[in-house]
Design a protein. Structure first.
Length: 395
């Protein structure tokens, strides 16, 4: 029986952290299977997801967001193999469920929150990223035999990156290294990079020589990051800034400290066990994405104030902004939220950079809480293929 895996999701975090490792595991397991990527519409997508996914040379077919929406609405049909199964790997759960229903094939979903409880009937299996999530799903009313704890594919995406000494980041020339993760989306990148470079300049004035690594996501347009790089060289010629455009994790792992914004990358940093700080400048909050339909409504011209008000209100209701802190229910990594001048923020970062004890404590807490063995991607693929071959559909 011909076998097809349809991986559904969108956005930089889901594509690189979940979809890519699952797709690679599928190719290793069954080189002959048909692999489809369904890029569901997402307010968290930056616009280059299609190009990046094509560059991996993993998929036989990629369905763009417009096609996915038309299929889900019953306005378009796409042929699928008799033994096809859909795996939801991020994005809107309802849309993934509708896609599976329209093509009349079973579906599974990788789950890291309890939002699926209302829609679990749409899926034959739920893959929980942790035992805690599995227990929460069961407590919410999902049948235990539908839940499988697989672990998080992000572990497979990051790979086996370790320090020579797990408690010390090497400084071959004695200069500390700070990596900056500004964003995977053009509209945020262009705002965050100049802001963080002003902070970097202030940090260098405060702490002396510091090496900075600007981590450039493949989802950022080349013209955008090159323009920012050239402008940075003009405005801050004395800053030691390396623009990292290849594998980010080796560079990040060799850093003394990472500065970033909220997002999926905070969980990847937690899994890697690198000390980091999450920054939210409320003056720049308007470029962030909003959950739900308000994202699209507030993009209309003239609604910038409404957008800012909505985002600030939601931010004020959050106990934590960083996903590791949310998952742990306590502050493991520092969150610097507010209106900061570059000098004020630089002092906060310098305090962490100057204290190896504080950074070691963050590193130890992250590894104790988020360290996981690899293999989640393979487990997901094996289970989905078994379901596809058996023809099981318990929705």
């Amino acid at each position: 029986m011909p076998v097809e895996l349809i991986l559904a999701g969108n956005g930089p975090g889901e594509l690189s952290g979940w979809i890519a490792p699952v797709a690679r595991a599928a190719r290793r397991t069954r080189p002959d299977l048909h692999l489809t990527l369904a890029l569901s519409p997402s307010q968290f997508a930056g616009g280059r997801e299609l190009q990046v996914a094509h560059s991996w040379n993993l998929f036989d077919r990629i369905l763009p967001p417009r096609t996915c929406l038309r299929v889900a609405a019953g306005l378009e049909a796409v042929p699928v193999a008799e033994g096809a199964i859909l795996i939801h790997l991020g994005g809107d759960l309802w849309l993934s469920g509708r896609l599976a229903s329209r093509i009349r094939r079973p579906a599974c979903a990788l789950i890291e929150t309890t939002l699926v409880v209302r829609r679990h009937q749409m899926f034959s299996r739920l893959f929980a990223v942790s035992a805690e999530v599995a227990n929460e799903l069961a407590a919410g009313g999902v049948p235990r035999d539908k839940i499988m704890t697989t672990g998080d594919p992000r572990v497979d995406a990051i790979g086996d990156i370790v320090f020579p000494d797990p408690s010390v980041t090497p400084r071959p020339d004695g200069i500390p290294t700070v990596s900056i993760l500004p964003s995977s989306r053009d509209r945020i990148f262009t705002v965050a990079v100049p802001y963080f470079l002003r902070v970097a300049a202030a940090l260098q004035s405060h702490s002396g020589a510091v090496r900075f690594r600007m981590i450039v996501s493949p989802y950022v347009s080349p013209t955008v990051w090159m323009r920012e790089r050239d402008e940075a060289a003009r405005r801050w010629p004395n800053l030691l800034v390396e623009w990292v455009t290849g594998d980010p994790w080796s560079a990040v792992a060799a850093s003394d400290l990472v500065v970033t914004i909220p997002g999926t990358n905070t969980l990847e940093l937690a899994i890697l066990g690198v000390p980091f700080v999450v920054v939210v400048d409320t003056e720049l909050v308007s470029v962030a994405a909003i959950e739900g339909v308000l994202e699209w409504v507030t993009r209309a011209p003239g609604l910038r104030r409404l957008r800012r008000a909505v985002l600030l209100r939601r931010l004020s209701r959050l106990r934590f902004a960083a996903l590791p802190n949310i998952r742990a229910g306590r502050e493991i990594v520092p969150e610097l939220i507010g209106r900061w001048t570059p000098e004020e923020l630089a002092k906060q970062v310098a305090a962490l950079l100057d204290s190896s004890a504080k950074r070691d404590a963050i590193r130890a807490a992250l590894r104790d809480t988020f360290a996981q063995p690899p293999g989640a991607s393979q487990t997901i693929v094996d289970t989905a293929l078994a379901l596809a071959q058996s023809g099981l559909n318990t929705r």
